[in-house]
Design a protein around this ligand. Structure first.
Ligand SMILES: Cc1cc2nc3c(=O)[nH]c(=O)nc-3n(C[C@H](O)[C@H](O)[C@H](O)COP(=O)(O)O)c2cc1C
Length: 169
């Protein structure tokens, strides 16, 4: 799938088929994530791929508006060790770019997924960090539920283009 086609046809998928995601596809998702731009190329990230049912259930307790049932959950995390000292918060921009790359790559591979908020809810971030065994300085940013879309999935691509949101000056 062409990049532009993937961008224009991506949608959030929240219902998944009972089918495993192949490791080769997970590897591509990770390559896509780490191909994202990051401020001064610091790459202040770590990605947890959760396959274990037990861990998924534990993480689900702390994703306030998530709790979907998917074959894998990817937790992109910030890694403070690689953050820019005087511009620490730029790592959240870097993570946003990496997270969207994962969703676009998933879509182009025939998978679907949804980005569920973890950051900036500090309490949930801490609890998920503990659940996944993240070391000090590594904090969950989002929970991405990923898998093959279920046949029951009724989600549609939304046309979100609004001319009024473009200002040409
Ligand atoms: C920062 C962020 C947080 C989100 N959090 C949730 C969430 O907690 N639960 C959920 O079901 N969807 C969540 N979404 C998905 C949005 O609801 C979805 O992207 C939006 O409705 C537009 O639909 P689309 O992705 O199909 O274009 C989140 C998206 C973003 C970017």
């Amino acid at each position: 799938m062409e990049a532009l086609e993937a961008i224009l046809t991506r949608k959030s998928v929240r219902q998944f088929a009972d089918k495993e995601v192949e490791q080769e596809k997970i590897d591509i998702l990770m390559k896509a994530a780490m191909s994202a731009p990051s401020a001064i190329n610091k790459q202040p990230w770590v990605f947890y791929v959760i396959k274990s049912e037990e861990k998924k259930a534990e993480v689900n307790k702390y994703v306030t508006f998530g709790k979907y049932k998917s074959p894998i959950i990817i937790i992109p995390c910030t890694n403070s060790l690689n953050a820019i000292p005087l511009a620490h918060d730029l790592m959240y921009c870097d993570l946003g770019a990496a997270t969207e790359n994962i969703l676009l790559a998933a879509h182009s591979l025939g998978l679907g997924g949804v980005w569920c908020a973890v950051y900036p809810r500090k309490e949930n971030m801490k609890k998920i960090a503990k659940a996944i065994g993240a070391p000090l300085g590594v904090m969950p940013y989002a929970a991405l539920y990923i898998g093959y879309p279920s046949e029951d999935d009724k989600s549609k691509v939304k046309d979100k283009y609004k001319e009024k949101n473009v200002k040409v000056i």
